[in-house]
Design a protein around this ligand. Structure first.
Ligand code: 13P
Length: 248
């Protein structure tokens, strides 16, 4: 059985003070969760939010990590620096980073391997654009991302994969339960072919893209979907908690 994992991606929202207020509101609402609960916060919020969630069942995540251990990489943060503040998860290769910050499959792969080497759990994002889906290229795009982003990973079960169709992010246009399930099933099949069938059956794959308190039950009822990576709805405590408590 794969334990579900619900992660909030706050993106570039919340000062440290606002972040602490948000997790303080989330804490009591999710304490009976049956899934892993993660908040991926802006780097500057990590110390304050990390301190606020100590002793709770909420885990700390970052939104990016550099691949080098240290050095002349202005503006970047290493895996060891994240670890020093109790970070356990890190989002890598989000489509916004690919689109706006020049992230490529090669850098996603390097960041993923560095995160694993430091003992962090990468949440690696993959997914197709609207033009790619409408052009019938979804499988081709995912194949390339799977082959290149996960190259050289010794144990696939140590990562989490987030399938985020770009056309569903922040648009209110969610993939249907069946679409998300089918595509995640395809990703799992491909992982088995390219890497290891047993790992493919064990690795957790989340859905992300306009997931909210209303549609989460249907998505989470799908057999291939092991969780959610939540943007907008993770910024409101009751909405995020409703998703975490999808099984209640
Ligand atoms: P929304 O939930 O706001 O669509 O964002 C999804 C996402 O990008 C999570 O990483």
């Amino acid at each position: 059985m794969r334990k579900p994992i619900i992660a909030g991606n706050w993106k570039m929202n919340n000062t440290p003070e606002e972040g602490v207020a948000l997790v303080e509101a989330i804490k009591p609402l999710v304490k009976e969760a049956n899934c892993d609960v993660v908040v991926c916060v802006p780097a500057i919020d990590i110390p304050a939010v990390g301190a606020a969630i100590k002793g709770s069942n909420i885990k700390l995540g970052a939104q990016n990590v550099h691949f080098a251990e240290k050095g002349a990489y202005t503006g970047e943060i290493s895996a060891n620096m994240l670890k020093a503040y109790g970070v356990e998860y890190v989002i890598i290769g989000h489509s916004e980073r690919r689109q706006y910050f020049g992230e490529t499959d090669e850098t996603v792969n390097k960041r993923t391997l560095a995160a694993l080497a430091a003992g962090l759990t990468p949440i690696v994002c993959i997914g197709e654009s609207l033009a790619e889906r409408e052009g019938g290229l979804t499988e081709q795009v995912l194949d390339k991302q799977i082959r290149e982003d996960f190259k050289g990973i010794e144990d696939l079960t140590k990562i989490v994969i987030a399938y985020e169709p770009i056309w569903a992010i922040g648009t209110g246009r969610t993939a249907t339960d069946e679409q998300a399930n089918e595509t995640i099933g395809y990703i799992r099949k491909k992982l088995g072919e390219c890497f290891c069938p047993v790992c493919a059956s064990k690795v957790r794959i989340q859905y992300g893209g306009s997931m909210n308190a209303k549609n989460c039950k249907g998505l989470m009822a799908q057999p291939e979907i092991d969780g959610g990576l939540i943007g907008g709805a993770s910024l409101k405590a009751p909405d995020f908690a409703a998703i975490v408590n999808f099984d209640k």
